[in-house]
Ligand binder design. Structure first.
Ligand SMILES: C[S@@+](CC[C@H](N)C(=O)[O-])C[C@H]1O[C@@H](n2cnc3c(N)ncnc32)[C@H](O)[C@@H]1O
Length: 202
């Protein structure tokens, strides 16, 4: 089978500039709202959203009193986020560039993962896990929405739970029961579900 070429930063930027962004939900993620209700995301928490794109969760969490950092390769997406924050009178830290190279001065309490891991080439997954582990404080929470899909198309790379167990090993992460993951179907990607679960950094 011929592999699709990897998406570059230039490709992502072009997608935002052309407003060709089928992964966007057009509403707050119901999984994130459930985590808010459950106290997983609380005022004062320091949270990072890697590959935040234009997702509205960034301004929403800033508005709820969290100390939010959003990071993305796309200047267009980040300009959108800055405008949304300014319009709402809110602030957040926005980082432009390869988020996997981010080395924070202070650890985070939470990572909010939404359609980013499924967007980066699998060869970068080891770097991704290392970054999550290094960013979070011991006991910090990785709020995962693992995109479930087998075939290419849409956010390109599926995150099957077996592969995620290999990527986030039990020596470094406390896992919830696989049965406790909640599927949130995506409204625009043929209903492909994201599995919501919280991994705790040891
Ligand atoms: C499928 S989109 C998801 C955007 C957003 N999380 C959402 O749910 O709407 C993937 C995002 O990751 C960004 N991205 C891809 N590789 C990146 C990298 N190495 N560093 C930072 N951002 C990256 C893209 O620019 C894009 O905004």
């Amino acid at each position: 089978m011929t592999e699709e070429p990897e998406r570059t930063g230039f490709d992502w930027e072009n997608r935002f500039a052309a407003d060709d962004t089928p992964w966007e939900r057009q509403e707050l993620h119901p999984g994130m709202l459930a985590w808010m209700r459950a106290g997983e995301l609380e005022p004062g928490n320091r949270v990072i959203i890697p590959g935040c794109g234009r997702s509205p969760e960034l301004a929403f969490l800033a508005g709820c009193g969290l100390d939010v950092t959003g990071a993305d390769l796309s200047p267009t997406a980040l300009a959108f986020q800055r405008q949304a924050l300014d319009a709402a009178g809110l602030d957040a830290t926005l980082l432009e560039g390869d988020v996997l190279a981010h080395r924070p001065d202070k650890p985070y309490d939470r990572v909010y993962e939404q359609t980013f891991l499924c967007a980066i080439p699998p060869r970068l997954r080891v770097d991704y896990e290392r970054a999550m582990y290094d960013w979070l404080k011991p006991g910090g929470h990785f709020l995962a929405l693992f995109m479930q899909k087998d075939v290419r198309g849409g956010p390109p790379y599926g995150c099957a739970l077996d592969a995620m167990h290999d990527l986030f090993p039990a020596e470094r992460w406390v896992w919830p029961d696989d049965d406790s993951f909640i599927p949130w179907p995506h409204p625009d990607l043929n209903g492909k579900p994201e599995l919501a679960g919280v991994l705790v950094r040891r």
